[in-house]
Design a protein around this ligand. Structure first.
Ligand SMILES: [Fe+2]
Length: 318
């Protein structure tokens, strides 16, 4: 089973650019096109927050239209640029934040539930992927009010989606209530588990991003350390691919499918000639996304670079 992690989409109303520069809608469309062109099947997509830029209903309507190009289910996590209630209104369905693909192989809304298990067609989109057995996906746990947390199960792997948002703030938090939900989920059984959340539970060395990091990270780490079935902690927020060891497992952030955060380790004023207004800048490095391959025993993560590049070339020239 393979699932793609897309992060930090930052979709705006139609026709608007992020920061007056970034055409995030076109870049998301290009990411989906890249995903659809992979020569193997992807089973579902997980988007790790900052789905839109200002949390408005108009932005979520635009996002919904763009994600409609996906041929697999797309599960969503909230980020600090999102609006909790607008996101819930746009995507809450049957125990999860999810958009189903509009293809006949996928059942209509109402069939993913706490008690049902749904086989989902795995064709990524281009029709070039080799066929294999459908993957059964089960989602549950999203409540009618409160935090946007839920779980997804597929092929013996559980994904616990957490809500790290503090309304009005760039930084995130995991409070007692949210951690208690996580603990209850982990305590149910020893199923291999991925935790998905927008704010990473580790300092990155990028000063202006560490200033809007995750409150409660120490409590989170102590909790996760008690549950060795946690195989990965997958995050967004940083707009860069970064890995760190947390609680005996690997935590990572995904690149953005749009703009990337400038890589500058250290204090913001360390390079005034390079960053005359501070290092809290973005850069249009090639965007990307992650592919997580679960073979039933181990989770292996690959980074994909979006775009067209020369090749592939054979190693043998004779
Ligand atoms: Fe972001």
């Amino acid at each position: 089973m393979i699932f793609a992690q897309l992060s930090d989409l930052h979709i705006l109303p139609r026709g608007q650019l992020a920061y007056g520069v970034v055409d995030t809608a076109t870049m998301l469309a290009e990411a989906i096109e890249h995903l659809a062109g992979l020569p193997f099947a992807v089973d579902f997509v997980l988007a790790t927050g900052d789905l839109v830029d200002h949390g408005s209903a108009e932005e979520y309507e635009h996002l919904r239209a763009l994600l409609g190009a996906l041929r697999v289910p797309c599960f969503l996590a909230i980020g600090n640029h999102d609006g909790r209630e607008a996101l819930r209104s746009a995507f809450a369905s049957d125990g999860a934040l999810v958009l189903y693909p509009d293809v006949s192989a996928v059942p209509p809304s109402g069939t993913l539930s706490e008690t049902s298990s749904v086989p989902v067609s795995v064709a990524a989109g281009a029709g070039t992927a080799p066929s294999r057995a459908p993957v059964s996906i089960r989602a549950a746990g999203l409540e009618d009010s409160g935090y946007l947390q839920y779980m997804v199960e597929a092929q013996g792997l559980r994904i616990l989606v957490l809500d790290t948002v503090v309304p009005g703030e760039g930084g995130g938090a995991l409070c007692v209530d949210r951690l208690r939900w996580l603990e209850a989920q982990l305590a149910q059984d020893e199923m291999p588990t991925v935790i998905a959340m927008h704010h990473p539970p580790f300092a990155t060395g990028i000063a202006h991003m560490d200033a809007i990091s995750l409150k409660g990270a120490d409590d989170f780490e102590q909790l996760v350390a008690r549950f060795p079935q946690v195989r990965r902690i997958v995050c967004g927020h940083l707009h860069r691919p970064i890995q760190a060891d947390v609680a005996g497992t690997t935590a990572l952030t995904a690149p953005s499918v749009a703009h990337q955060i400038v890589l500058h380790l250290g204090h913001q004023c360390a390079a005034p000639g390079v960053f005359p207004r501070g290092s809290d800048c973005f850069v249009m490095e090639p965007p990307g996304y992650l592919l997580h391959w679960w073979d039933g025993r181990r989770l292996t993560t690959h980074q994909c670079v979006i775009g067209s590049y020369p090749g592939p070339f054979p190693f043998r020239t004779d």
